[in-house]
Design a binder for this molecule. Sequence first.
Ligand code: NAD
Length: 257
Amino acid sequence: MHLRGKTAIVTGSNSGIGLGIARELARAGADVVLNSFTDREEDHALAQEIADAHGVSARYIAADLSDAAAARGLVERAGRCDILVNNAGIQHVAPIDDFPAEKWDAIIAINLSSAFHTTAAALPMMRAAGWGRVINIASAHGLTASPYKSAYVAAKHGIVGFSKVTALETAREPITCNAVCPGYVLTPLVEAQIPDQMKAHGMDRETVIREVMLERQPSKEFATTEQLGGTCVFLCSDAAAQITGTTISVDGGWTAL
Ligand code: NAD
């Protein structure tokens, strides 16, 4: 429970990796602020569930992170930010000459620019508190590329670079910034693709996972949202106080290939 008394904002945390990270930070004692762009009863219920499960304070704040003012407003409305996890992200897959310009703009805004705005709003709060952790959820695609994912790969390489700059600007302070680079993670979004892939390839579930989805992941296993959460908890620990400006891959060996 080493994070008791800290407040963590996790962007894009009403599902998938963000929700897993929020749960693990709460398990370690942090108060958490969940976020997405929707404002539904079930979003607020998730925060209540985390508060009840871990005896922490948990809130859900709706903010559309494609909007710069809303991204800064999320941190301001939270009022305190010791741990900032920039996780919100979207994807679109198409060849460059067919890639819709509005999709490019949306991916750069949500996957990259929002992290600049939330970080700019959070650093003064971390400085005032005398401690801070910025964790940017990049991707194996922050270190390598795949065809048809131009905006995503550009944004994820961008967030790795931005993490290094944040680390250098805070290097003399008790604040660190790192990028976590997941390979394929079994989120509801990925789970939902399995039946279609099974049909398209005429394969059973296990074969489609191993041969198609995890083609580039040598472990042939998905990373889990709990493992991503655990990585963030580690980055918030004293053991990680000198880890800054780097990337941590959680990718079953993808980037070792
Ligand atoms: P997901 O779709 O379950 O989660 C994305 C989150 O971002 C959701 O909570 C969604 O509501 C939120 N979001 C989307 N647009 C938003 C907006 N405009 N404003 C605020 N929130 C918004 O997907 P996920 O797989 O959990 O992905 C989370 C992060 O992890 C992303 O940055 C993604 O690129 C990265 N990632 C995922 C994988 C994977 O295999 N699942 C691999 C590498 C990296």
